[in-house]
Design a protein around this ligand. Structure first.
Ligand code: MOS
Length: 766
């Protein structure tokens, strides 16, 4: 099947950078025209339903498949005894494409709670589910696995033991600085295990046509899935077609090949029939990745004037027994404030869980909690206002890499937020301001998110009638990327959005930007800009075929497409249709990619083979990131200690904002998630049994409409052309960063109770 293409409807004239264009895919989404992976119905298709282990760890001794096979419609029960054999895959933690190395249904050993142990396949969904429900499995050698940091049966190691490339961050002399600090904050800060719980659970619809495989699967990284599935199936990547035009939320959990995705493809091949598997809500969490809990030993000190003198962080996170995954929080948190003595260390706890992975701002969401709470604590000790304290410690360059920032309007974000939020009304003392029986508190925290650049091949086609087609295997996770791709093309070519047809979300398209690390918009901006230059150059070449060539050789070096015309620097122009007519062509096609400096051919090849490489944070001799300041107001009920958040404000500087409408949605969505991360979200472990307690969205608390009250987002004007000539930087993950700390700081301001472990539940305020 050919790729899905979408064009903005007529009358939608908004175009280019900074215009609040409506989503071009909006109509398909609200009319049911948007087909998600599980919406596809293929001829002769069968349905699968997984059974996951209800135990922590143990060995399967028997599986009674006979009664299940008697259920009308049930075809097969795949277990470790008869499932297609699959070798371990190279995990993303080692530069591969897989969520984890360990595959499923390969051995009777249950390695973690919720590990898939059987797949029932039937002619109908109902029969498959009934079979999965009725399947009786007996286990022996039951053990309680470790699921938490500090568990007796877990193994804690310095990260360097698992990853020889890793180095601690060491600047100055943190020990000496600690002894000499005028004010010091020291302590342990913790953030919990979290799960993504996207609206759309992992879903696969897969069909083989001889040696060629078509997979409908929600994806954040089509190149990776195509290569990873090919590796697992032992076939050529070109024979794997992954289709993912719409994704019902991902947040990091859909960037890699999960064990069950590989198994789904293998089972379909063995049966010779298309297969559909959509995971149940309670299955999704243990069949993919999660956000590791983190424990931070944190020290922050300053001199008598309030200048930071020492920052020490040890970030310990959980990983599986088989893959060393770590989302290093020491990296981002050491780049924000000027500090001459820094020590950043990372530790891993190997436990009995699937491999953790990326979850929205993987390093920054947990990492900013200790930093920004400690900043609040230290400001108080030094007797300085927390906003002022942050401004005072503004660095003139990256304190670790010693590189200049490509742009950094953090101070302006803080100042603007301070004014707009009415920071001067902040209660001077805890418990000093009351409203409706609740104490009022204000809190602030900084946000940063590194700018990452992904490889992004763009194909651009310009036709005789002035229509443009733009194709790239980028992804829209609900972010607005369909529209943004069209808008960037509109900007670069001066063509209205309604004359631009966009194709994304399909692995048959040119290899597109990884939808992770907030990388897509800055990455496609570089490449679309490059492609539009190539287009102008190609048209310039063709113009030489005109009876009277319109441009001199000199002029042809700097041409630009502007709508229907090809224009020189001095402003003379010729109609593109006339060029094409003279050349006897209906269309001109160009392909371009403009990876970040330092990627190199080796890096490019790695990406093309599915390695999730991003050039980020440091390139072109700069530290490149987006910045922000978050302000929140809380009310803590005096009797019940219920915490409400009536107001949140985010002020951001993130370069050129392509689409203020969808960008606002990204930011307030992030802030609401931050609110949930601050007050509600936590996957709890039963440490006696080694099982998860609330691995279903029914019991896993997330922020809902009633929690989200007044929320405002504002972008400052910022020019930065280091990331790319159009000045765009990443925004997707910025909105969540620091909200948890801002809430904790506001709760302290309201109550005088300092909470250093998340989430902040009312029982911690009693
Ligand atoms: Mo995002 S957690 O980089 O998918």
């Amino acid at each position: 099947m050919s790729q899905l293409s979408i064009t903005a409807r007529k009358g939608e004239t908004s175009q280019g950078l900074g215009k609040p264009a409506k989503r071009i895919d909006g109509l398909a989404k609200v009319t049911g025209g948007a087909r998600y992976a599980a919406d596809h119905v293929l001829p002769n298709m069968v349905f699968g339903s997984y059974v996951t282990a209800p135990i922590s760890m143990g060995t399967i001794t028997s599986i009674d498949t006979a009664p299940v096979l008697e259920i009308p419609g049930v075809l097969r029960v795949f277990t470790h005894e008869n499932a297609p054999e699959m070798a371990d895959l190279k995990p993303f933690a080692a530069g591969g494409t897989a969520q984890q190395s360990k595959m499923i249904l390969q051995s009777p050993e249950v390695l973690y709670h919720g590990m898939p142990v059987a797949l029932v396949v039937a002619e109908t969904l109902e029969a498959a589910e009934e079979g999965a429900r009725r399947l009786e499995i007996k286990y022996d050698d039951l053990r309680s696995g470790a699921l938490t940091l500090g568990a007796d049966n877990a193994e804690s190691i310095p990260y360097g033991e698992a990853n020889p490339d890793y180095e601690d961050i060491q600047i100055g002399d943190a020990d000496a600085a600690e002894k000499n600090a005028a004010h010091l904050v020291q302590g342990t800060y913790t953030t919990p295990t979290q799960h993504h719980h996207p609206m759309e659970t992992y879903s696969t619809t897969v069909a083989w046509d001889g040696p060629r495989l078509t997979v409908y699967e929600p994806s954040q990284f089509l190149v990776g899935m195509q290569n990873g599935i090919a590796e697992a199936m032992g076939i050529e990547p070109m024979n794997v077609h992954v289709i993912s035009p719409f994704v019902g939320g991902a947040f990091g959990c859909k960037a890699t090949v999960t064990p069950h995705l590989a198994m789904n493809c293998a089972v379909s091949r063995q049966l010779g029939r298309p297969l559909k598997v959509a995971l149940g809500r309670e299955q999704h969490p243990t069949m993919g990745s999660f956000r590791s809990p983190a424990k931070f030993d944190f020290t922050l000190g300053c001199d008598a004037e309030g200048k930071l003198t020492v920052l020490r962080i040890t970030d310990e996170q959980l990983t599986s027994r088989f893959d060393p995954v770590h989302m290093n929080s020491a990296e981002p948190v050491t780049r924000i404030y000027a500090c001459p003595n820094i020590l950043g260390k990372v530790r891993l706890t190997r436990a009995d869980c699937p491999s953790p992975g990326f979850m929205r701002a993987p390093a920054e969401t947990p990492g900013m909690f200790p930093l920004e709470v400690a900043m609040d604590e230290l400001a108080e000790k030094a007797g300085i206002d927390p906003v002022e304290f942050r401004i005072m410690n503004e660095p003139d360059k990256d304190p670790v890499k010693n590189l200049p920032y490509s742009s950094r309007m953090l101070v302006q974000c803080l100042e603007r937020g301070r004014d707009k939020f009415g920071w001067s009304d902040r209660p001077k003392q805890p418990k000093s301001v009351e409203k409706d029986g609740a104490w009022v508190g204000y809190g602030v925290a900084t946000a940063l998110y590194p700018t990452n650049i992904s490889v992004s091949f763009i194909e651009l086609e310009y036709d005789y009638e002035g229509h443009v087609k733009i194709s790239t295997a980028a992804h829209d996770l609900g972010t607005g990327q369909w529209t943004v791709v069209g808008q960037v093309a509109s900007e670069c070519l001066g063509v209205p959005l309604s004359k631009i047809t966009v194709s994304i979300g399909d692995s048959d398209l040119p290899a597109g930007a990884l939808a992770g690390g907030s990388a897509t918009t800055p990455s496609i901006s570089r490449s679309i800009y490059q492609a539009s230059r190539s287009m102008a150059e190609r048209l310039g070449e063709l113009s030489a075929k005109m009876e009277t060539p319109p441009f001199s050789e000199e002029e042809r070096k700097d041409l630009k497409v502007e709508g229907a015309k090809l224009v020189t620097k001095s402003g003379t122009s010729v109609e593109i249709a006339k060029i094409l007519e003279a050349a006897g062509e209906t269309t001109v096609l160009v392909r371009a990619n403009n990876p970040a400096p330092g990627m190199g051919t080796k890096g490019l090849m790695g990406f093309m083979k599915g390695k999730p490489v991003l050039n980020g944070f440091h390139f072109d001799d700069h530290t490149v990131a987006s910045w922000g300041a978050h302000f929140v107001e809380v009310r803590v009920d005096k009797l019940t200690r219920t915490i409400r958040v009536p107001r949140m404000l985010g002020v951001y500087a993130a370069g050129t904002i392509v689409n203020p409408l969808t960008a606002r949605s990204q930011m307030i969505g992030g802030m609401i998630w931050g609110l949930g991360a601050g007050l509600l979200e936590e996957t709890m472990a039963d440490t006696k049994r080694g099982t998860w307690v609330n691995k279903d969205i029914a019991e896993y608390l997330i922020a809902c409409h009633a929690d989200a009250m007044e929320i405002e987002s504002e972008f400052l004007d910022e020019k930065d052309t280091v990331a790319n000539p159009l000045g765009t930087k990443g925004i997707g993950e910025l909105g969540i960063v620091g909200i948890n700390a801002a809430i904790a700081n506001a709760v302290y301001n309201a109550t005088g109770i300092r909470v250093r472990d998340l989430p902040l539940r009312l029982e911690k305020l009693l």
